[in-house]
Design a protein around this ligand. Structure first.
Ligand SMILES: [Zn+2]
Length: 241
């Protein structure tokens, strides 16, 4: 285990230790969620701003020092076996090249609460997952993470430009991307990248309308929802307005 791992892991343990006794009172849980078994124990004490800063620092580390730290997975597994307190939730594409724990700097077990599907889309399962992360586990940040050269977004763009058809449930799966693709169809630059950015922006902006739990948490300042795009070539995550 390298110096970075030792210092940052201890730092996070310290953060969690200091949060002991705080419970989840600050998370503003719906009453029915308070008793959830997975919520026993304390949530992270990181704010959404601190969590976003940690993700940015981790991604910079991934870009600049891609040789990731060795992790003591056995020790960490024991630490989180009874309780999790993830400090950020990530909705990312299922693409095999975009594993959130790695691209945010080689994070350990129990740090990120992750939902993935092709195109990083907010279906019911994803919205419920993000609600659980925020309301039950106390994760203060949601990142909707698109990426360059996304196959799902490319497929949606081909529906727009070529009226493409896809077998099975692939077509219905990518349908939610079509409005974003249509909106940026004539913009300068790469169509697929522009559509991926626009889709992530819309997904992030729309989570509140899909979930009262999330909108109330945002309005109360308990969580922050942001969109970003990961560059497959550079490894860099850029956050979108
Ligand atoms: Zn993708």
């Amino acid at each position: 285990m390298c110096q970075y791992c030792c210092t940052t892991t201890l730092g996070r343990r310290e953060v969690l230790r200091l949060a002991a006794g705080a419970g989840l009172a600050g998370v503003g849980l719906a009453a029915g969620l308070r008793g959830a078994h997975a919520a026993s124990g304390e949530a992270t004490s990181l704010t959404s701003v601190e969590a976003l800063g940690a993700l940015k620092a981790g991604n910079s580390r991934f870009v600049d020092e891609p040789e990731l730290c060795m992790r003591n997975l056995y020790e960490r597994r024991e630490q989180v076996a009874e309780h999790q307190a993830p400090w950020a939730s990530i909705l990312s594409c299922a693409d095999s090249r975009v594993p959130p724990e790695l691209i945010f700097g080689g994070l350990a077990l129990g740090e990120l609460f992750v939902a993935r599907n092709a195109g990083n889309l907010a279906d019911k399962g994803v919205v419920g997952t993000l609600e659980y992360g925020a309301a039950v586990l106390g994760s203060p940040l949601i990142v909707v993470l698109a990426h360059t050269r996304c196959g799902a977004v490319d497929a949606a763009c081909k529906v727009v430009t070529q009226n493409a058809n896809y077998p099975g449930l692939i077509g219905p799966m990518i349908n939610p991307i079509l409005p974003a693709a249509l909106a940026v169809r004539n913009d300068a630059g790469d169509f697929v990248t522009n559509a991926a950015k626009e889709s992530a922006r819309r997904t992030a902006a729309g989570l509140g309308s899909l979930s009262t739990i999330l909108s109330e948490a945002v309005n109360a300042g308990r969580i922050k929802i942001v969109a970003g795009i990961y560059d497959l070539a550079s490894g860099e995550v850029t956050y979108l307005d």
